[in-house]
Design a protein around this ligand. Structure first.
Ligand code: SF4
Length: 277
């Protein structure tokens, strides 16, 4: 809807081949896209999914890029894709598109990444204040990171300067791996997900996360999610709707999740309010 020449200019697709869109055209297409979404939502009685009118006027390319960055930083899987692609994107974009545009998108990605990390650490800090526990070899690092983030930023990143400061502090490099129900308190020298650990990768490969990595920390919320996933798998296995070999594998996986949750309950530590360990 936004970029496809076949939709917007079907008769001229060859004439525009290889050329980028003008800013004004892009802005018009963003407006058309919003209109299309709203008509679609209205026709199906899904008003809650309509895009509300913006008090600041047309969305334009600047705010559209900001929205894009917000979604990249929070797409399912947390920062997985962003973390994996980040170095690549940062290079590609800053040397290409970003450097030709006003205010490169890499700054927006930095900003949204920092906000996302600050929000996660703030949630951990609040949970600890409420008496919740943390487990795993990196538990102390996670507790300290959350306390430090709270002291320095209070869960709020409001400027590019703050975002840069947060991202520049390696002790605050904390990525949530929702798939594995854990926080990766990333320390490159300890990471097990990089085959060549001597490499300079600035981000963990969350999709290759290893259960015995020294960067793992889990919260009570993660243990709760593990038990929920365990229940789901158990229900699927017992439903009679899956072939027996698959049901066996589901039960095995459920058992692994139960053990991880039990291990969390056994190992969890709590920090006194406001204390660093
Ligand atoms: S293996 Fe370690 S460093 Fe890699 S994603 Fe998992 S916890 Fe993070």
């Amino acid at each position: 809807m936004l970029f496809a020449i076949e939709i917007h200019d079907p008769l001229q697709s060859e004439r525009r081949s290889g050329r980028s869109l003008a800013i004004a055209t892009m802005s018009n297409r963003i407006e058309s896209f919003i209109e299309w979404v709203n008509t679609y939502a209205h026709d199906r009685g899904r008003q809650a999914e309509a895009i509300p009118a913006d008090p600041h006027g047309r969305v334009g390319t600047g705010r559209f890029r900001r929205t894009l960055a917000w979604h990249i930083a929070r797409r399912p899987g947390g920062l997985v894709a962003l973390a994996l692609q980040y170095g690549h994107m940062r290079t590609l974009i800053s040397e290409g598109y970003g450097s030709r545009s006003r205010g490169g998108i890499h700054d927006l990605l930095d900003f949204e990444t920092a906000r996302n990390i600050a929000e996660h650490l703030s949630e951990v800090h609040e949970a600890i204040q409420d008496g919740k526990g943390v487990s795993g070899p990196a538990a102390k690092r996670l507790i300290n990171a959350s306390a430090q983030e709270h002291r320095r930023f209070g869960g709020l990143i409001t400027s590019g300067r703050q975002a840069k400061d947060l991202l520049a502090d390696p002790t605050l490099n904390v990525f949530e791996n929702k798939e594995a129900c854990l926080f990766c308190t990333y320390d490159r020298s300890k990471a097990l997900c990089h085959p060549g650990r001597g490499t300079k990768s600035a981000a963990p490969s969350l999709d290759r996360c290893k259960v015995n990595c020294a960067n793992i920390a889990r919260t009570d919320a993660h243990a709760h999610q593990l038990r929920q996933a365990d229940d789901d798998l158990g229900r699927q296995a017992a439903s009679g709707l899956v072939p027996e070999p698959l049901a066996d594998r589901l039960r095995e996986r459920a058992q692994v999740l139960t053990e991880l949750a039990d291990q969390h309950d056994h190992d969890r530590v709590m920090a006194a309010a406001g204390a660093e360990l």
